[in-house]
Design a protein around this ligand. Structure first.
Ligand code: ATP
Ligand code: MG
Length: 341
């Protein structure tokens, strides 16, 4: 995809780096070797922008500091999870170029597993629709009488496909995950995803936040994968891989992407939680309420992009992200200053 020049906070040009991918929210850069100018194939710089999406649209108006809040929150969660879970993660260093200080991390470049790993602790959204039709979600049978916002007896794994840019991820059953990555990896992905949400909720619950559901992504080290399967590192990185041949006790499944952030999860305020109706979104409610109000002049059903946000909506939304960070971590939010190097 073409670099997005509308987002000044994610530079298109970053000295010593080459932009290799622009996602909806983040940019991925390959560091260049200062001597040869060649790409470092083992690392990536993951830069979070201040872009925000609502109702399937990425808005034109950024939310200042959102990228930094999400990056710092993700790092904090990785620390918390490391205390309870013996799980390798992709973070290499937070010592990043000054232009992107706070909003970026260097990570191990991984071969990503071709499944979006979703877990749900509460019923809502797509899970609720499936439950209403079948009394189960992703093949997991659920009790009668649950409604929008109900807490599930235990968190469940509700994976989806990784859709190409511009398309929607489709929910899939556990059996389909087994078809894609084989039984051993499927089981590992399910256990890790559910455990992450479980631990996340134990911690967040003490701080007044419920994590209704979340999406995590995992990858494997291409060199390890190549070695285990007897293929080239190049193929392990970009080519076809026989995932069913991968033994997760030999090839480490590494936590990548972002972890338990408002972008990857649904956060609710515990004090406002009330099953039986749609819950208020911790981070995006102000934005959604404004977009669907007459004040915005926007018709959600139309094909037109949403209008620019008024300053007040931007400020209130920013405050929500900062508040989520501060409540969860118990630390004041500050924009990290560029490191001296
Ligand atoms: P969405 O998050 O909505 O699915 P997206 O995939 O475009 O959309 P972004 O968050 O904008 O998401 O981009 C991040 C991209 O970086 C994702 O494609 C993710 O799979 C990839 N990624 C994350 N961590 C790593 C890593 N350690 N190695 C390689 N790729 C990674
Ligand atoms: Mg993403």
């Amino acid at each position: 995809p073409a670099p997005d020049t509308k987002t000044p906070e994610v530079p298109v040009e970053l000295p010593g780096h080459e932009l290799v991918y622009t996602g909806k929210v983040r940019g991925l850069y390959a560091p260049l070797d200062p001597a040869t100018g060649e790409r470092d194939a083992s690392r990536l710089l993951l830069v979070a922008s201040d872009r925000i999406s609502a109702y399937d649209h990425v808005l034109d108006t950024p939310i200042p500091d959102k990228g930094t809040v999400l990056t710092q929150l993700s790092l904090w969660w990785i620390d918390q999870l490391a205390d309870v879970l013996d799980l390798p993660h992709h973070v290499v260093s937070t010592d990043v170029p000054a232009e992107v200080a706070g909003r970026a991390i260097y990570v191990r470049r991984l071969r990503m597993l071709p499944v979006e790993c979703v877990a749900r602790a509460f019923l809502t959204g797509g899970g609720l629709a499936e439950y209403a039709a079948t009394r189960s979600v992703s093949g997991v049978r659920l009790p009668e009488g649950l409604s929008d916002g109900s807490r599930l007896p235990a968190p469940i794994f509700t994976p989806s496909t990784k859709a190409p840019v511009g398309e929607h991820d489709q929910p899939i059953s556990y059996e389909q995950v087994v078809e894609i990555v084989g039984p051993r990896l499927a089981e590992r992905l399910r256990d890790l995803t559910v455990t992450i949400l479980q631990h996340g909720n134990e911690i967040a619950g003490q701080r007044g936040i419920l994590i209704a559901d979340t999406k995590v992504e995992f990858g494997v080290d291409p060199a390890q994968l190549a070695e285990a399967l007897g293929i080239s590192v190049e193929q392990a990185l970009e080519g076809e891989v026989d995932w069913a041949a991968v033994d997760p006790d030999v090839v480490d499944v590494v936590l990548a992407d972002e972890v338990l952030t408002p972008d990857s999860s649904r956060f609710w305020r515990a004090s406002e939680w009330e099953p039986g109706r749609p819950q208020t979104s911790y981070d995006k409610q102000v934005l959604r309420d404004w977009l669907t109000s007459p004040a915005s002049g926007w018709d959600r059903a139309s094909d037109t992009p949403p209008p620019a946000l008024p300053d007040e909506v931007v400020e209130l939304t920013r405050a929500r992200y900062v508040e989520a960070y501060e409540n969860l971590t118990g630390q004041p939010f500050t924009v990290p200053s560029p490191s001296a190097s």
